[in-house]
Design a protein around this ligand. Structure first.
Ligand SMILES: C[S@@+](CC[C@H](N)C(=O)[O-])C[C@H]1O[C@@H](n2cnc3c(N)ncnc32)[C@H](O)[C@@H]1O
Length: 316
């Protein structure tokens, strides 16, 4: 079955499932959060591991994911509560200090990428959409055709770390003067022409698409407030597991964790040891380094190759 704006039926493999389940120290009972339901691979495993009475609050900003979840998790009955919205709004759904563990598996889901009409993929012809939440207005087409050349270059640089950001923005500007850029392949081919990368395994449009997606969905800001919201929702001893897929996301998680696990504050923009004031840390890192998927997982699920898992524990 393939829904027009929904989720494809290709097999779905949750990323680093074993590592996530271990990190969260799942046990029967308790209240658990899956803040990025997607195709519910992790959610289902969470419910199985917390049977017979563990409860799950599942969140996604994509109504197609929730529609899928309603069906896919039906067998768990009232152990599951589904909420539509941005995970940064978590305090609307669960009280502070009430949850035993939380998962954020960031980015787009495989089905969002696979359904051409969603406009996330530079390999499938579709409208330049890229909205995770189809109830919002802003689309990638509006950014590509509406922002100035300088604004586009800045986005490609800031959110895609794209070295040819200016050249690509200029090519877009020239092309849209002739006619608007409305489809994924139109944009991908334009980027490829402006910045060909012979011999590279990474498609030249990868970073531009990532940057547009991040801005359309306000991903950096959502992540910053979502991490804080998840941390507030946890009980002491509860753990937050976060899977990131690129360095910008990972940097946000790392600096959030470092800030919350520090036992001091400082005044001003730089850490001057003379100006430190002691403070009680709120979280601790389980491991300083991120965990990466093993070779076997990457061979089975190439989309896992850039994943990094970081885990924090709430302190008493
Ligand atoms: C990588 S997928 C999750 C896959 C899932 N763990 C599974 O096993 O199928 C990420 C999902 O998170 C959702 N998402 C991303 N950012 C979000 C946000 N700020 N709030 C709520 N959901 C978000 C996306 O719509 C997508 O469905």
């Amino acid at each position: 079955m393939m829904r027009r704006t929904g989720l494809s039926s290709s097999p779905h493999l949750p990323v680093m499932l074993g590592e996530v389940l271990d990190a969260l120290q799942l046990r029967p009972g308790g209240l658990w959060l899956d803040l990025t339901l997607g195709r519910c691979g992790h959610a289902k495993a969470l419910l199985d591991r917390t049977a017979p009475d563990g409860r799950l609050v599942g969140v996604d900003r994509d109504t197609a994911a929730l529609e899928w979840a309603r069906d896919f998790l039906r067998e768990y009955g009232d152990r599951v509560r589904l909420e539509h919205g941005n995970y940064s709004e978590l305090s609307r759904w669960v009280p502070d200090g009430s949850c035993d563990g939380a998962l954020m598996d960031l980015g787009v889901s495989s089905p969002q990428l696979d359904v051409a009409e969603r406009g996330f993929s530079f390999q499938r012809e579709g409208p330049l959409d890229m909205r995770m939440d189809l109830t919002q207005h802003l689309t990638a087409a509006e950014l590509v055709n509406g922002l100035s050349e300088q604004e586009l270059a800045k986005i490609f640089w800031d959110y895609g770390e794209e070295r040819a950001s200016r050249r690509i923005a200029k090519a877009i500007d020239e092309a849209r003067r002739v006619s608007p850029i409305l489809t994924t392949l139109q944009l991908a081919q334009l980027v490829e022409k402006a910045s060909p990368r012979a011999g590279s395994r990474v498609h030249p449009a990868t970073r531009v698409f990532q940057a547009l997606r991040m801005v359309v969905n306000d991903e950096s800001r959502s992540l910053q407030s979502g991490l804080a919201a998840a941390c507030s929702a946890l009980k002491p001893g509860g753990r937050l597991a976060v899977i990131t897929f690129h360095s910008i996301e990972d940097r946000i998680v790392k600096s959030f964790g470092n800030l919350m696990s520090r036992d001091y504050d400082f005044e001003g923009p730089v850490d001057d040891p003379e100006l430190r004031r002691p403070k009680k840390p709120v979280l601790r890192w389980l491991r300083k380094k991120a965990t990466m998927p093993g070779e076997a997982e990457i061979a089975q699920n190439p989309r896992a190759r850039s994943a990094q898992l970081r885990v924090l524990e709430k302190l008493p």
